[in-house]
Ligand binder design. Structure first.
Ligand code: GLV
Length: 316
């Protein structure tokens, strides 16, 4: 086993390396930090990897890896590699900033959807003055969060503090002050039926892909809106567009896409009922994430429990 710490980083490319290096120099000065693909890397010397979307088979080439850390909260982009070395612990990157950023994005989106800001933005582009017939209020608007993990739980609490009638759905039962909770497949229809706005924050696992499918989204009240800040694979785009075009759903605000960056020719860019944000819901700074990665590496090196580890049995 190599005695030194050698961290390889794959996130943001060469342009991001100065920031990653500077932060690691401060937080983990004993480590050597190399950019992914650096031809001078000796594979057997690599001890830790900090990655976003590593190419299939790439991590398996490092025989002495001790910990893989995702640069994001999700690890689906690592597990997509069929040769991912499953004996190596894999950590999710969840900082207080990740939780706060997501909660604030979800709060902003819920308020924008409630106020139908996409219509108001279009009216502005058309120089069209039209006052909405009614002023909606958060306390009269029902927002439901699918997925009550680290991010969903925090977002649901934040929505409740904004005054929304907040509910949440998760696989297992949870109790959250100020939030009406539903759980399990049996309670999913009842949960969906009472959401004016549904927020998807599920992790991507074999069980959650396609869970908000066309049939289930049809259970939302007519005129409801969807915010997807989980993963694109949860919602089939064609199903979503059909529900928007039929008028069953009012607006879809999407932060995650099957292909990112969203291709120029995607119909989502200019669909009148879709709001696109560029996967920016919650991405803490590289400096904050490097500090978190350094803390996780230190814990791993001392044999202490590592928080937010991927668990194969639950799929995230
Ligand atoms: C981004 O989507 C992440 O996983 O943090």
């Amino acid at each position: 086993m190599p005695a030194r710490l050698l961290v390889v980083v794959k996130s943001g490319g060469a342009a991001a390396m100065p920031e990653w290096r500077a932060a690691f120099a401060h937080a983990l000065p004993e480590a050597e930090v190399r950019m992914w693909g650096d031809p001078e890397i000796v594979p057997a010397a690599v001890t830790h990897a900090l990655v976003w979307e590593p190419e299939a088979g790439a991590l398996a080439r490092f025989p002495n890896l001790r910990l893989v850390i995702s640069t994001g909260a999700g690890v689906d982009h690592v597990l997509a590699d069929p040769d991912y070395p499953r004996h190596v612990p894999l950590a999710r990157m969840i900082l207080p900033e990740t939780r706060d950023g997501m909660a604030e994005y979800v709060g902003m989106a819920a308020l924008m959807l409630m106020r139908d800001m996409r219509t108001i933005a279009r009216q502005q582009a058309e120089h069209h003055w039209r006052i909405p017939p009614e002023m909606p209020l958060a306390r009269r608007t029902r927002v439901g969060v699918m997925g009550l993990g680290a991010l969903g739980l925090h977002a649901a609490r934040y929505l409740a503090t904004l005054g929304f009638q907040t509910s949440g759905w998760s696989r297992s039962a949870k109790t959250i002050e100020g939030v009406t909770t539903y759980h399990g497949m049996g309670q999913l229809p009842g949960f969906l039926a009472q959401c004016d706005i549904v927020v998807n924050l599920l992790p991507q696992t074999a069980d959650t892909v396609g869970l908000p499918d066309r049939a289930r989204l049809s259970l939302l009240p007519r005129g409801a809106s969807l915010l997807n800040a989980g993963r694109a694979a949860h919602v089939v785009t064609a199903d979503l567009l059909a529900l928007l075009d039929e008028g069953h759903l009012h607006t879809a605000m999407l932060d995650v896409f099957d292909i990112e960056p969203l291709p120029q020719d995607s119909v989502l860019w200019s669909h009148p009922s879709v709001v696109v944000t560029p996967h920016c819901a919650s991405t803490p700074s590289r400096t904050d994430r490097a500090h978190r990665a350094a803390a996780l590496i230190r814990l791993a090196e001392t044999g202490a429990p590592i928080p937010d580890l991927y668990e194969a049995a639950r799929g995230y």
